[in-house]
Every structure is written in C-alpha cells, then in structure tokens.
Design a protein around this ligand. Sequence first.
Ligand code: PGA
Ligand code: ZN
Length: 419
Amino acid sequence: MSRTEITAVEAREILDNRLEPTLRVTVRTEGGAVGRADVPRGRSRGVHEAADLRDGGDRYNGNGVRNAVENVESRIGPELLGHSVTDQSGIDALLCELDGTADKSNLGGNALTGVSLAALKAGAAAHDLPLYRYLGGPAATTIPIPLVDLIEGGELGASELPFQEHQIVPTGADSFEEAIRMCAEVYYELGDQLAESHGKSALSVGDEGGYTPSGMTDPREAFDSILSAVEECGYGDIFELGSDVAATHFYDPDEETYQLAEETYTRGELIDFYAELTDTYPLISIEDPLEEDDFEGFAELTDRLDAQIVGDDLFVTNVSRLQEGIDVGAGDALLCKVNQVGTVTETIETVETARRNGYAIQVSERSGQTADTWLAEVAVGLHANQIKTGTTRSERIEQYNRLLEISDDCGGDYATWLR
Ligand code: PGA
Ligand code: ZN
C-alpha cells in the first residue's frame, strides 16, 4: 500500500457562521496525512448551482445535513479507499460518476465539495506542502487584491439597499499588508460617519461583515458614504469601488423589470443606470448586474462599460455556462466558488478556461462559511488576481490572516488589476 492511499473518509455535521448546519469532511491516508475541509453555503444562490442537499423536516428548520454525512461515509467513502490522494482529478471524476446527475443532486453538491476539498488538503499534507503551494506550484506567489464589502444590502444585510455589496478595492496599494491596513482604517472611519448620520444601529453587520445602515435605500448613497470615509482617511489614490448587485434577487420575471427600492427599472433603464454610475463613481467592478440568464445583457454591459463585469450566478463556476458567456462576450471576470460546481477539478477547469479567454479571476467566499481557511489558500493556488472574502466576522478575517501569512511565506507580490 502506498503512503498516499486513502484509508478513511469521515464526515460530521457542524455549524456555520449563521448557526446553520454544514459538513466537515476528513480524509486520511496510509502515511498518516489528514485533510479536513468545511463546506460553505450560499444564501444568495444561483439557480444553476450544484445542489445543496438538506434533510428537510423540523430539525434545524429543515437544514440538517445528516443525509449528506451519510452519503459521504456510506456511499462515497468506501469507493475512495485505496485511491491516492495525489490523484485529484481521478478522485473528482469518480465523485461525479458516483453521483451520476448533472446538478449533483443525488449525493449532494455539498457532500462532493467536502470530499474533494478534504482530499486536496490531504494531498498537500502528504507532500508536506502548504495547500496554496501544492495546488499552485512554485509560481503561486501572488496575493490577490481584496474586494471588501463595506456596506451590505440585498439578501445578506438587514438594510433596505437593493445592491448586495458595496465594496472598496485597494488597487493603489503597494502590498497586501498595506491594502488590508488601509481597508481597516476606512472601515473604522466609515463606522464613525454612519453612526453619526444613520444612528448606531448602522454598525450592525450583515453576513459578510459589512455595515447595514437603515434608511439607506440608494446605492449612490452607499458609494458616497464610502468615498467620504476614503477621502477623510486621505486614501483617494488608493481605492476604487466595486459592487455585487446580485440583480436576480430584485428581478421580476413576469414583468421583466427590476425593482430598486421604490423605483421600477426596465432592463434598458438599468443598463443606463450602470453607465451613469460608472461615469459618476470610480466603479471598476460590477458583479451580477442583471438576472442570472441574461447573457446578452451581460455582453452589452461588458462592451459598453470600462468596469469589469463579473459573472457569479451567471456562470456558477460551471465551464459550460462560462463557455456560453465567452461565446457572446458576456462578462470579463469569473467569480469562482468551489461549491457552486462541486469539485476542485471542475473549478480548475473553469478557472483555466476563464484565464485563457482573458477573464479576471475573483475567488469568492460564501455568505455561510466557517473559519476554515482553504479559501485563502485556493485563491493563491489558483493564481487568482482578486479575492472577495467579506469584511469583519472571524470566518472572513481568518482568510485575511492566512493571506498575510502566505504573503510572508512566499514573499508574495500583490496582484495587479488585470483586465
Ligand atoms: P452567497 O452570496 O454566498 O449567499 O451566494 C455571495 C455572492 O452573491 O457573491
Ligand atoms: Zn454574487
């Protein structure tokens, strides 16, 4: 038996940052290497994502993952015994074959994600390498630019803002360390300003750790507040702005209109609104500006605006959907979430296809996750030039802390804003 052969696959139900169940999977090898990975979960999910298997019933309001745990231990684990953890693509192909469905609804995308990531981590451990180095090779030395969600709305924050994330992007920083320090200082200043203008309740944070000022309904007000804090800190040259609009969540498919607070927009009017925003603000990144099947609309925006157009619910990290986008020129950045597609190998294939076609790569958190720091490792390992991992809350901060360590470890260069 070789030392990298899998000897055990274990799973348990744990809790995420929303106190909701998720999976923790452990893969062990003959040589004693252990890989343990926690599975994240989106709330603002795309309909084309891999299935997230939940138990239903009363327990945890139906959100239990005992069936997914059972699938890992009884249906997946025995099939993996004896396989080498170093054969990631073989393991992932077997996972897809065992599941046998296009959307991973048989065994559960969450079950597959946990096993795939735990095997990857066990592979790194078996080689005695940090995960980012195992995944990315010697050239994995770039620390991605963070897009930091300072004000939250949509499905993820208790505010009335229609856009989900209002981000600062430290494109002008010289290093990741400096970037994070300046983001933190802007965060403190914005907090002071919002407490004054919107009351102390504005300091409550959403799922990704950004502020949630009540009474703020217009994205322009959020951008103005952020720019005011940036200016007060004297960082006008450092920061630009980004947003995850998550437009599907305020789209009315019957009327084919978008509802932003009190105002109803047609698709054309919303596209014009983005053009106005990019004319007015230093807005360089817009994620999911239109509903998740509007490839033509994404293409129109990509062509018309200088800002990068990021596909999240549009592509769902799925290579076929990305290819559909490439064919019509929809988007120029890929949002990359491993659990949207379900395995590491499929994620790598999508990222490589995106890169070959000139797309920027933004590795992303989910709104539900744990303090497991594979996200930071995977971002560097996939040579991503951007990362989106929220603001405060430990499950976000731990990613930044790990990136700071990786930056030290590999003498990391800070990424550039490739387009
Ligand atoms: P989710 O949201 O993790 O709840 O899907 C994050 C995003 O839309 O980018
Ligand atoms: Zn999104």
